[in-house]
Design a protein. Structure first.
Length: 143
């Protein structure tokens, strides 16, 4: 069964959080964000959300919002069972198209714990801007 990429909204956050708690479980020292943390992070922002779905099940998602002159990709995740099928690449395509349409650059931040994400960013031409003391790597793509 194939998947589709659709635009999501804040109404999808509760389901997205459930999926992301599985995706991000054990990745970082701290626990994956709770619904309250998503809500407080996204409060007063107009997030641009894309969802990958198979029938009614969310299997991937991206959440971005404007930060200075960029569209900042805050979250990107694909469920384990559905990786390496270009789903993240398609979510990136949608995110970058939104940034381009808004006249913004695309930015994101990631950590060395995700070689998959680093590989994807490199392949898509993102430039490493800086690395924080805690290892957080900031990337930018200009159009
Ligand atoms: C990162 C993630 C979203 C990628 O999802 P995906 O749908 O499997 O990715 P795609 O199939 O679109 O892209 C595959 C590309 O990723 C890169 N990649 C995948 N696995 C990799 C690995 N082990 N090492 C290096 N690069 C890798 C390659 O560039 C690959 O391209 P290729 O297929 O041409 O070789 C997914 O692994 C994930 O959700 N991981 C856990 C959460 C996470 O790390 N999020 C990002 C940090 S915020």
């Amino acid at each position: 069964m194939g998947h589709e990429i659709i635009q999501g909204s804040l109404e999808d956050i509760e389901e997205i959080v459930k999926v992301n708690q599985k995706i991000f479980s054990g990745m970082y020292e701290s626990e994956p964000y709770s619904l309250e943390q998503y809500n407080s992070k996204l409060e007063n922002k107009k997030p641009i959300i894309y969802i990958a779905k198979i029938e009614n099940e969310i299997i991937g998602n991206s959440i971005a919002f404007q930060k200075d002159n960029s569209l900042y990709l805050w979250i990107l995740g694909v469920s384990k069972d559905h990786r390496n099928k270009k789903i993240a690449s398609q979510l990136f395509d949608s995110f970058e198209e939104s940034a381009r349409n808004l006249g913004l650059t695309a930015t994101t931040k990631t950590y060395p714990v995700s070689p998959e994400m680093l590989g994807l960013l490199k392949k898509r031409g993102y430039e490493l801007i800086k690395t924080d003391d805690n290892g957080a790597m900031h990337f930018k793509l200009e159009f």
